[in-house]
Design a protein around this ligand. Structure first.
Ligand code: NAD
Ligand code: MG
Length: 410
């Protein structure tokens, strides 16, 4: 029987790899739904090629401006828009599995909808796990399901932990390529431009995750992601720089043995394994060639240099309200950097001040992670960044932080 799948964020980098898997395994996969935010031209090409049951352009305004309607039929495929369209796709029980490949917090609403509707979630969108891991885990537990990770490190650990008892695990090691500035002296970080930060040495990815990889916030989000996915203590999570990105992650068992997952750096493989989980299908699109990779290097992580990672451990240990805050704040700061409002180094400077302010201004004793509270935390991040921007530019600036906060649909 063919698997029915949908891809949220089909026009992105993970979306493209997921479509490749649909093509390679076309005799086993039925692509029923796809979404984009606003990438209409490439979206229509995907529709022409894959002819899904329906498609969604989640930015309703873009859809309306382009087609003068909120729903249309294009090439016999129904195209819907906005939150309602996303809701439709995430509630369609015909889906055996839905891939969430949306970037940023916009992936939160779909992850929650998919879990609430008891549909299997293959999740590349780490931000939703970081913001609402507790809530997603509760929903999955109720339905006897697990989130299947696509992030390469987590996919590796997910497979390494299979059939193992968590009590036997001493540590996990998440590997990090080191990003573009691994060899750049921190003293020179004040000169980093947007173009410098968008040049990742080993992976070709969307803009947000590429900046996160440069600041190491990506690894920060990933330690939180690992905590929620595998129910593992932050004390047991280690990060190691591995510039070749060929060992995707490792686990250390109580006896001191280390088990690593090594393979090509190709996101198609974790996507394939998530779609067909627990089956490991034979493929031939990317095989590891030992004659080309003779050396694997490892370096300890420099936590003084990569403060965004240190802040992530601090927030992780403080609990789920703080992991959500870290994510919202980081997303806002990345947007401000990409719009030339703050510099690269100011991302970590703002994060440090913001965590302090957040802690000082709030009483968290009764706060749990509900949809309502998640919205409040997001708002707090916006208010705090606004305050910091005002301090930087003075009260007369015309920068409106809301423009850089892409809204949240929960
Ligand atoms: P991308 O920017 O290339 O693509 C993002 C996709 O999400 C696009 O299809 C876009 O239309 C859609 N999107 C963007 N904003 C949206 C919004 N507000 N509402 C609805 N849809 C929206 O990003 P990517 O690199 O493919 O990353 C996607 C997710 O996968 C991220 O969470 C990222 O952290 C994670 N991830 C990516 C990689 C990678 O290799 N690219 C690896 C591991 C994890
Ligand atoms: Mg990763």
């Amino acid at each position: 029987m063919k698997k029915n799948i949908s891809i949220l964020g089909a026009t992105g980098s993970i979306g493209a790899s997921a479509l490749k898997i649909c093509e390679i395994f076309s005799h086993e996969i039925n692509l029923i739904g796809i979404t984009t935010n606003k990438n209409i031209d490439s979206f229509l090409k995907i529709i022409d090629k894959f002819k899904p049951k329906y498609a969604v352009i989640s930015d309703g305004k873009i859809m309306y401006d382009h087609f003068k309607s909120h729903t249309i039929e294009y090439n016999k495929v129904k195209i819907y828009s906005g939150k309602e369209g996303l809701k439709l796709i995430c509630a369609d029980r015909e889906n055996d599995i839905i891939i969430n490949a949306i970037s940023g917090k916009a992936g939160l609403f779909p992850s929650l909808e998919i879990a609430e509707n008891n549909i299997n979630l293959a999740c590349a969108n780490k931000e939703s796990i970081v913001c609402a891991g507790t809530l997603l885990n509760e929903l999955c537990k109720k339905n006897n399901k697990r989130i299947i990770p696509i992030d390469s490190e987590h996919s590796a650990i997910f497979h390494l932990l299979k059939d193992r008892n968590l009590n036997d695990i001493a540590k996990i090691y998440l590997t990090a390529s080191g990003g573009p500035f691994f060899k750049l002296d921190k003293k020179k970080w004040d000169k980093i431009t947007i173009a410098d930060a968008l040049k990742h040495p080993t992976w070709k990815m969307g803009n947000k995750i590429t900046i996160d990889s440069a600041t190491m916030a990506n690894k920060g989000l990933e330690i939180m992601e690992a905590h929620y996915l595998f129910n593992i203590d932050y004390d047991k999570i280690n990060v190691l720089v591995h510039p070749q990105s060929l060992i995707h992650s490792m686990i250390e068992t109580n006896d001191g043995e280390i088990y690593a997952q090594l393979g090509p750096n190709d996101m198609s493989i974790p996507i394939q394994n998530a779609v067909f989980y627990p089956e490991i299908k034979r493929n031939n699109y990317n095989r590891f060639d030992f004659s080309k990779h003779l050396s694997l290097e490892f370096y300890p992580m420099d936590y003084n240099k990569y403060k965004m990672l240190s802040f992530a451990f601090i927030c992780g240990r403080k609990g789920n309200v703080f992991t959500a805050f870290y994510n919202f704040l980081n997303e806002l700061l990345v947007n401000l950097f990409l719009n030339n409002i703050i510099s690269f180094i100011q991302i970590e400077e703002f994060m440090e001040k913001a965590i302090e302010l957040f802690e000082k201004n709030n009483d968290f004793s009764f706060m749990s992670i509900s949809k309502e509270n998640i919205k409040l935390i997001d708002k707090q991040a916006e208010i705090i960044v606004n305050k910091l921007i005002k301090e930087l530019y003075g009260n007369n600036n015309s920068i409106c932080i809301e423009d850089y906060n892409s809204g949240i649909w929960i």
